[in-house]
Design a protein around this ligand. Structure first.
Ligand SMILES: *Cc1c(COP(=O)(O)O)cnc(C)c1O
Length: 426
């Protein structure tokens, strides 16, 4: 068999899959590299290149690629079978571990993706409150289903299609938008829709327009306003859950929502989504209640085994302390080197999430419209230069760079050196 290179594979893929990919953010010009393998902090392509990976599959791989202990847990589960269509003990074990870290969660439902989880969570919020409207944050990304594809982040922003074709206006007429880091706008919209809003859904740290942390006091205000208006507060912690802290952004910022959506890391690199809340809300889910939700692959034994092992390692090895500290040092180093190079750009992030925003004059990026003002062409040039220096960043100005536990001090040093040489003459 002749081994094909990325360029040829991509040309072939374009014949069989729209844009040649299975998810839009993976497509970039002239062609994406085709992954051959991953181990630790490194991802290797079919062309013989190795990269230090800061894309990390867009968040789930907090322990890096192919962690040995997670692999062993998965293999052990495969030996016992991989799909039963009946309950299994692992579900209880993972549920207990999650609930131990999230005081907002007394009960939960396992689903297969974050997208599915927000869809179920929003339905549940509507079922619980008997109201139809939801408020989301401009640029907030909650998956690719109809009701949340309005000014959505991630690929929808990168590709400049904030609203998708094929979404009937009726499907989004109940989706209201407010800017991030602006509690007064939220207050105004809540007042104008008094008694009609089921929930506010928010990424407590925005992650799909690049990382944007909440300003001091903002999440507290969102919590106060939702409580005063009897509106459920949903934290979409699909990225921040088990990353910022074991208990997610709600632990990190000490603000407790009514409902929590988890995904990504919680499945240890396998597909997962989780809807969690207090008992009174969760018991409305079928079969104990009248809000329907179901899935053939939900609570998948392989995912559950990987999730349990991953959380065990996070706790045992103090993973988050290390990667959050690495995040601090990489952000500081980037600020220094941009300053030294005389490049005006803004370094954003928190914990193990970071990004250079090429904002006008390097002004801080506080919300979606600020992010949209960034120079994405310049970012793309940086992306390609970094790739040729052996560092894989997400190929979009609007995605977050992640650090994993597998990244060594030496990896970080190499990365900073790469930034240094790539920033020059950008
Ligand atoms: C990735 C993501 C989702 C969607 O999760 P999928 O598993 O890709 O469906 C939802 N919300 C946020 C905040 C995400 O980052």
């Amino acid at each position: 068999m002749i081994e094909m290179r990325s360029e040829e594979l991509y040309a072939l893929a374009m014949r069989y899959m729209p844009g040649g990919v299975s998810s839009p953010v993976r497509a970039y010009k002239p062609y994406p590299f085709y992954a051959k393998s991953g181990k630790g902090s490194r991802i290797c392509d079919v062309d013989g290149n190795e990269y230090i990976d800061y894309c990390l599959a867009y968040g789930p791989l907090i322990l890096g690629h192919a962690h040995e202990e997670v692999k062993d847990a998965v293999i052990a589960q495969l030996e016992r079978g991989w799909l039963f269509g009946t309950p299994h003990e692992g579900e209880i074990e993972l549920a207990k571990r999650i609930i131990a870290h999230y005081p907002s969660i007394e009960m939960l439902r396992f689903v297969n993706t974050g997208s599915e989880a927000t869809m179920a969570g929003i339905r549940l919020a509507r079922g619980f409150t008997g109201r139809n409207k939801i408020i989301k944050i401009e640029g907030g990304f909650h998956g690719a289903h109809d009701g949340v594809l309005v000014k959505a982040g991630s690929g929808a922003t990168t590709l400049g299609i904030p609203d998708s074709r094929g979404v009937p206006p009726d499907m989004v007429k109940n989706t209201l938008q407010v800017p991030f880091n602006d509690a007064s706008q939220l207050e105004r919209v809540l007042d104008a829709n008094d008694g009609e809003v089921a929930a506010v859904i928010i990424e407590p740290v925005m992650g799909n327009v690049g990382p944007i942390p909440p300003e001091e006091g903002y999440l507290e205000e969102v919590r106060r306003l939702t409580r005063e208006n009897d509106v459920l507060l949903i934290f979409d912690e699909v990225i921040t859950g088990f990353r910022l802290a074991h208990g997610g952004a709600q632990e990190y910022y000490n603000v407790v929502p009514d409902m929590t959506i988890l995904g990504k890391i919680a499945g240890g690199g396998f597909p997962i989504g989780i809807v969690g809340a207090g008992k009174a809300i969760m018991e409305l889910v079928a079969p104990s209640g009248g809000v329907y939700q179901a899935g053939t692959f939900s609570g998948n034994p392989v995912t559950i085994a990987a999730g349990i092992k991953t959380i065990e390692i996070l706790e045992r090895d103090n993973v988050l302390t290390r990667i959050n500290a690495l995040g601090d040092s990489i952000r500081a180093a980037l600020r220094d080197l941009l300053h030294d190079a005389g490049v005006e750009a803004y370094v954003s992030g928190v914990g193990s999430m970071f990004k250079i925003f090429f904002s006008p004059s390097g002004i801080p990026v506080r919300n979606y419209s600020d992010a949209l003002r960034c120079d994405r062409e310049r970012y793309l040039r940086l992306f390609h230069k970094m790739l040729s220096c052996g560092v894989f960043l997400p190929p979009s100005q609007f995605e977050t760079n992640f650090i994993s536990f597998a990244h060594t001090d030496e990896d970080i040093e190499k990365t900073i050196e790469a930034y240094k040489s790539c920033i020059a003459g950008l």
